[in-house]
Write a protein of this length. Structure first.
Length: 435
């Protein structure tokens, strides 16, 4: 191994792989370090892959990537304890037959992506933990220290793609410690079925069609969070996540929340007869724009989940991770080609490119949403329950005229929230958060 690299990338998830691949393809001497036994062994996600972000890195990824199902239908559920009000969107008109998103399993996908990174020329070390950053007398990051023997490994720049925990960046005082209200804890199970059972159970038309179900309501027991259910080729991923701060307050174990979700009348028929083979938990950044740390400094860059890059409103994460990784890789390659050092001043190139991208524009657009959700729990409990009660009453045929039913339904919504003034105030809060 060379004692000095152009760049060291800490982490082999979507952001780290995107960054390492981009720099290696540009001819840079890149070392990538991951603590897992193999890339993907420690990585957990729902998991949805967004095509555009990966296509900008590897245009022909569909020819070889281990994809599960392309998402042809999105379903949205609003649950009470025993009922479900839902909506859906289906799109069979993908341009040029290239779907917008796919379900994936992270272990095989990350292995595939890592192989592409190594084929591009990067060096990968696994089962190795970066324990600290190495700095010179002026405070510039000049390398990393690992748990292996042999001393520090040096580089012109270190890219921290270490995930939401970001212990290396925290230990080096490059980013603050996580706040419980800025991170969600999610738990997920994978249930296996014959492929034809999944197609029939979810009414999938094409062989590779898939469904994604996003869930709001009683499933989170009043906490800020959501649940999900994704179809893979021979399995179903089901999970639920809430703010870590809420779990600490309520003392509800995450697995108990997931068990409640699995027992809901809308879910039971979908999981019947399956074999559960995997249970995992992971943290998701939910702090939004105001929780983004400093992303650059002399000799270092932060990308992906470590930078809090998750669009919680649209449940997007992997595309933001890959895009921030790619942009960082492109900018570092440009600086290298121009003979410019990766100082904080020169890394303004990355900060500007990021600001011009959809990533930062979307993060800014929903800047107020995390605070809105944290301070207004009725959006996760009172309203979903009230809406289901309204739908149940309205569609019941019991001899009462519909005009009277509408009046009763509206009054019940107001009553559930403590009056019309509270309802109006909530609507104003939501509108302001989306401005």
């Amino acid at each position: 191994m060379s004692e000095h690299f152009d760049a060291i990338v800490v982490g082999a998830g979507p952001s780290g792989n995107a960054c390492a691949y981009t720099m290696a393809k540009a001819g840079m001497n890149v070392l990538q370090i991951d603590r897992g036994e193999y890339p993907g062994s420690k990585n957990v996600q729902g998991a949805i892959l967004y095509s555009d972000a990966l296509e900008r890195i590897i245009p022909d990824f569909r020819d070889s990537a281990p994809l599960e199902r392309h998402v042809s239908e999105l379903r949205f559920w609003m649950l009470s304890e025993t009922s479900n009000t839902s909506a859906s969107h289906r799109n069979d008109g993908f341009e040029d037959g290239k779907p917008d998103r796919y379900t994936i399993l992270r272990a095989p996908f990350d292995k595939w992506f890592s192989k592409k990174v190594r084929e591009a020329g990067a060096v990968l070390i696994t089962e190795t933990t970066v324990v600290d950053l190495v700095k010179n007398a002026k405070g510039k990051v000049i390398g990393v220290l690992t748990d292996r023997e042999g001393g520090p490994i040096y580089a012109d720049v270190v890219v921290l793609a270490e995930g939401v925990n970001g212990v290396v960046g925290q230990r080096a005082k490059l980013r603050p410690e996580l706040k419980p209200q800025h991170v969600a804890l999610a738990v997920k199970e994978t249930h296996f079925f014959p492929e034809e059972v999944i197609r029939e159970r979810f009414n999938l038309q094409g062989e590779d069609d898939g469904v994604v179900i996003e869930v709001l309501g009683s499933v989170t027991s009043g906490m800020v969070g959501t649940a999900f259910l994704y179809t893979n080729k021979e399995s179903i991923s089901i999970g639920v996540g809430c703010l870590l701060a809420d779990f600490a307050k309520t003392k509800i174990p995450p697995y108990e929340l997931l068990d409640r979700f699995k027992r809901h009348p809308a879910v039971v028929p979908l999981l019947r007869g399956g074999e559960m083979k995997e249970y995992v938990a992971h943290l998701i950044p939910e702090g939004g724009y105001d929780a983004i740390p400093n992303l650059t400094g002399d000799g270092w860059v932060i990308v992906g989940d470590a930078g809090q890059f998750v669009n919680a409103v649209h449940r997007e994460g992997s595309n933001l991770a890959m895009t921030t990784g790619r942009l960082a890789g492109e900018c570092l390659a440009e600086l290298k080609a121009q003979g410019l050092a990766p100082t904080n001043d020169n890394l303004k190139l990355f900060r500007d490119r990021l600001g011009e991208s959809f990533v930062m524009k979307d993060m800014k657009k929903y800047r107020k949403v995390p605070h809105l959700l944290e301070k207004n729990r009725q959006l996760f409990a009172t309203y979903p329950r009230a809406i289901n009660q309204v739908m149940q009453a309205y569609f019941r045929v019991d001899g009462m005229d519909k005009r009277s039913k509408e009046g009763i339904a509206l009054r019940n919504v107001a009553k559930a929230r403590g009056g019309w003034w509270s309802v109006a105030t909530d609507l104003v809060k939501v509108a302001r958060a989306w401005r």
